[in-house]
Design a protein around this ligand. Sequence first.
Ligand code: HEM
Length: 567
Amino acid sequence: MAEKKKESERKMMMEIIDVYRSFKKRNVILRRAFGEMASRMVVFCLTIIGITKLRSSSSTHEREREHQQEGKGNIMIVEALLWGALLLLLWLSFKKPQGLPPGRWGLPLLGYIPLTTKPLSQQLTDLRNKHGDIYIWRMGTQLMVFLHDHNLIREAFNRPEMQDRPEWKSFRFNIKEKLGVIASNGHVWLTNRRFTLKQLRDLGMGKSKLVEAVHTQTRLLLEEFKKQAGGKPMPVPHALNIAITNIVWQMVAGKQFTLDDPRMREFEAMTDDLVSSFGLAAAPDFLPWLRFLIPPPILNHVCQINNMDNLRERLLQYFREEIDHHKETLDPDNPRDLIDAYLMEIEERKDQPDNTFIEKDLFSLILDLFFAGKETTAASLVWLIYYLATYTEAQRKMQAEVDEVLPKGTLATLQDKARLPYTEAVIHETLRVSSLSAMGVSHAASKDTMLGGYVIPKGAIINSSNITIHHSSRYWDEPHLFKPERWLDNDGKFNTKKEGFMPFSIGKRQCVGEGLARMEMLIMSSALMQNFTITIPPGATLSLESVPGNPFFRRFITQNLIVTARN
Ligand code: HEM
């Protein structure tokens, strides 16, 4: 009899463990919805309810025995209590946990859905005015934390527990593994970051091929502007994007495409398309339970995830061809570019136990560099042109400086930077007012922590509101004005101002391409001003607003301008 009882208890234990495991597998969503502790309790309650169900539906013999031993009533009471506990937890999850920053909490699984048509950027500013420098907004299941103060952001982004990226699949182009540099964490991220920075240093600054590439592309760009310089209103030529893309190609694979190469056109179209598929593809990251409700083929189609997968694979095919060609022609004594350097690392480190250099990672790294280095720099240059066309006095001053420092037909180098303080001021002021990366690039808390006196739970998404800082009167006098002079001291020398300026972010994940982007902006903008005057067509106005709908990336609105060649 005692043997049988023991056997039945053992069986029950096994059942409990099985049911607990099956619930735990699905715990990701619960954790996002309820938080770590509460989700464990939910899993526990569901497990016990599952067990009582299992036992009550087990063999008639056993059930009869149970009825005899404990009575059916007892099971029902336990079940009722557990359902009660579950409902209580659900109710509690409607309530914002204590200690979190103030802000929008909303409903479990859905988050806070605003009942307003105000643009998202305006809502974020309103929240800043209402709650101060740190607030939350639960979007779907994602707890978003917004920071609006320079020091707070510096503190957060230098903390080891706030270096990770969110677990969003769209962030890594739907690649399963966390590879490359933008969306990876920990050892893989650090190794790739160091490697990329070293490459940019070796290839870029001072002497090198990358400076030559910027010069080549600038000359080609001037040719395209020249074609446009006939008084006819036209948008900034697309050749600007191609020039920037070619500079990344030079850095990665030591090559540049011609402007009319169909492969370059196709590559451009695909990268643009990939960027635009982001918005929808991110939906399941914010509402992960959609994956349980909607069959994957439908969800993937509606959210453009299929499109993203397709584009990514086609882009990777470009890189695959380059990598294969590099493998065949690699000379270890004379590495030509980033791919060569990476292939050498693969070979050198293949026997090291913590090696992260693998081919699959190289694909992700290249994709990251195109993604981060192309649209950002090209759009910043268009913003610079828009501001100079609007603020004609600033354009005139910049032209005067360039004429004085650079002999006609000469392109600037980094050595000229110190002699071009007004140009530097225009570049800085453009980066400030345009605030392209308006909310920075999201970080995620890797453990429960505190910031600004509030609890930041593990998994919370941290966003730096660069745009409000760049437009805050706390840091800037007349912040709404485009005023390059604010960057100059009384002697007209360029004066770097760090506080309240973070177009490339701050902290340990600060942009790795900052040096390259600045160099491109210096060389290209000074060349344009040396050769052309850019104006708004008579009777027209030029909007300095961004394309609505994306508060994270401030895309300029495509508009016509008049380009006039200077004598
Ligand atoms: C004007 C142009 C650019 C702007 C405004 C810009 C801005 C940014 C910002 C705000 C971040 C986020 C940093 C953080 O997470 O805290 C970032 C990261 C990054 N940027 Fe840029 N960027 C520009 C150009 C470039 C270029 C030219 C490259 C390289 C070719 C590049 C490569 C990267 C990479 C790889 C990261 C990820 C760094 C990491 O996660 O450790 N960026 N950039």
